[in-house]
Design a protein around this ligand. Structure first.
Ligand SMILES: [Zn+2]
Length: 73
């Protein structure tokens, strides 16, 4: 069933409605953004090494994470 964005009145795509059945906005007017994922490695030796994935919602925080990762330490 076709539905229009409550902000701009454009038809919401069929694919978006299939995934987000209750959405009321088009992609452009969605208030959410994609999450970023970054690998995190901790520990100082093979005995205490751990790997995890950080899920980051704020794009600025993801950019800062990348900046810090790329520093030559
Ligand atoms: Zn819209």
């Amino acid at each position: 069933m076709a539905r229009r964005c409550i902000v701009c009145n454009v038809l919401i795509t069929e694919g978006r409605l299939k995934i987000l059945a209750h959405t009321r906005t088009c992609v452009e007017h969605s208030t959410t953004s994609a999450y970023a994922a970054r690998p995190v490695h901790t520990g100082t030796s093979a005995d205490d090494a751990m790997q995890d994935i950080a899920i980051i919602k704020d794009p600025k925080a993801a950019a800062e994470f990348d900046r810090l990762r790329d520093l030559k330490l």
